[in-house]
Ligand binder design. Structure first.
Ligand code: SF4
Ligand code: FES
Length: 232
């Protein structure tokens, strides 16, 4: 089938204003939008810039705005866009470097700030094991691939650049509720400020956008309740 694309273009090194390019490609219904993007780049316009790597929803690099919704191009099937023009734009909130590529440096700096690793004193003689019940508490958030779709979709992140961000809170949740981590109280204190968890006002856009179906808003609210319980 013939697929029509309207794609955001902007080169921060030479363009004054963004513009859109139009392309038509032949695609099978079972192919992904990422396959179409690759075909456009390889066969029609080598100047088009976008990120991709795994093509299977694992690396999180091809998050973009697809017909107004933040998503992974490798997880969207051509058949679901049949008969309509597909508009591809860069993730909102972030600075555009080139076309669909945004600068994720501030995103990863904030991930780093929440200390996305287990903190436990000493070197144990045995592996630190968890019971199935303990592990279940982090089962959902452990799926996060740091694609930044939730941040792009979040109305608060779009208006308040000081908001720590949903993905970063998911990363913190992963450690706060991990039975092996010993910094729970410090981690809760770190998020307990107006632009931390309290900036979230439950739009649920992060949850709708998350390609790994993580209950992002629910996780943020669970941290809020834990702060109320342990720090007040
Ligand atoms: S929470 Fe979901 S949308 Fe946000 S970065 Fe992780 S995988 Fe992506
Ligand atoms: S290319 Fe890796 S998640 Fe889509």
């Amino acid at each position: 089938m013939e697929m029509n694309f309207k794609i955001f273009r902007f080169d921060s090194e030479k363009d004054k204003e963004p513009y859109y390019s139009h392309y038509t490609v032949d695609a099978e219904p079972w192919e992904r939008l990422l396959d179409c993007l690759n075909r456009i780049k390889w066969e029609q316009d080598g100047t088009l810039a976008f990120r991709m790597s795994c093509a299977h929803g694992v690396c999180g690099s091809d998050a973009m705005k697809i017909n107004g919704r933040c998503a992974l191009a490798c997880q969207k099937l051509v058949k679901d866009y049949q008969g309509s023009e597909v508009v591809l734009e860069p993730l909102p909130t972030f600075k555009v470097l080139k076309d669909l590529i945004v600068d994720l440096t501030p995103f990863f700096e904030r991930v780093e700030w929440v200390r996305p690793y287990l903190i436990a004193a000493g070197f144990p003689e045995k592996e630190r094991l968890q019971s199935p019940e303990e592990r279940k508490k982090v089962d959902e958030v452990i799926r996060c691939i740091l694609c930044a779709s939730c941040v792009g979709a979040c109305p608060v992140s779009n208006e308040n650049d000081k908001y720590i961000g949903p993905a970063q809170i998911v990363q913190a949740f992963r450690r706060i509720f991990d039975s092996r981590d010993q910094e729970k109280t410090e981690r809760l204190k770190q998020l307990d400020y107006p632009d931390g968890v309290w900036a979230c006002v439950n739009y649920f856009e992060c949850t709708r956008a998350c390609p790994k179906e993580i209950p992002v808003t629910k996780s943020i609210n669970k941290i809020k309740r834990e702060i109320e319980k342990l720090l007040r």
